[in-house]
Design a binder for this molecule. Structure first.
Ligand code: FE2
Length: 238
């Protein structure tokens, strides 16, 4: 199966859903429609991984992926469903929930679990077996216009990942015509700052500790060289 057919597999996360235009009130947040199609109803569903647990080994082991997806990601989805059960948020999509609670001090727990549910699905698609290498030409041109070279972008992404204090995420984003690297802490997402996410790297310790212990830089560089899904970034550019 090639990468395109993997990406377009019936996992609830295909390109049509991701680029879905009918997001209504949440479109301004550029959250995308990929985690749950509009017709889905409560509860929020844990989307299938787009590859097998072992598909990213040896860079990310099946053990790490199994715990990360099956325990951590699942826990965010399960916690979210418990938190919204019986409330006015219960029948909303994941993106709608995020849009409703973002920035509200009394809804922090709901935001954290909803954003982590969204961020993790985006992360799975930011990686692919036999990834890395040269970006597609159209993306490469945009990268070179903003960063000078693909290597310069990779260095900036690695630096953002390494310097994110504690848990969080490093992102390649679009800011209008320009591409940028940003980092967010804990569950935060770049849509809150008006950016369109293109790729992300999870730098919570649970993403790498079983395989790399404290060597976050080794994990990040290996992912950038061997797993990063440039095609996904290009699709997200629209
Ligand atoms: Fe994670």
């Amino acid at each position: 199966m090639d990468s395109r057919s993997t990406f377009d597999s019936p996992s609830g996360f295909n390109r049509r859903q991701f680029l879905g235009a009918s997001l209504g009130a949440v479109s301004a947040l550029a959250l995308g429609g990929f985690v749950r199609p509009a017709q889905a109803a409560s509860p929020i569903v844990l989307p299938a991984l787009p590859y097998a647990d072992s598909a990213l080994a040896p860079v990310i082991s099946a053990n790490t992926l199994g715990f990360h997806y099956g325990k951590h990601h699942k826990a965010y989805v399960d916690n979210l469903n418990k938190l919204v059960a019986g409330s006015e948020l219960a029948d909303l999509s994941l993106e709608q929930i995020i849009a409703k609670v973002m920035g509200k001090a009394d809804k922090t727990a709901i935001f954290n679990n909803a954003a982590q549910a969204w961020n993790h699905t985006f992360y799975w698609y930011s990686l692919r077996p036999n990834g890395g290498g040269e970006p597609p030409a159209a993306l490469k041109a945009r990268i070179e216009a903003s960063f000078g070279s693909v290597d310069a972008l990779k260095k900036e992404l690695a630096q953002a990942a390494l310097t994110q204090f504690g848990s969080g995420w490093a992102w390649l984003v679009a800011d209008g015509k320009a591409l940028k690297v940003v980092k967010t802490g804990n569950a935060d997402m770049p849509q809150a700052q008006g950016y369109t996410p293109l790729l992300t790297l999870d730098v919570w310790e649970h993403a790498y500790y079983l395989d790399y212990q404290n060597r976050r830089g080794d994990y990040v560089n290996a992912v950038l060289d061997k797993l990063i899904n440039w095609e996904f970034a290009l699709k997200n550019l629209g």
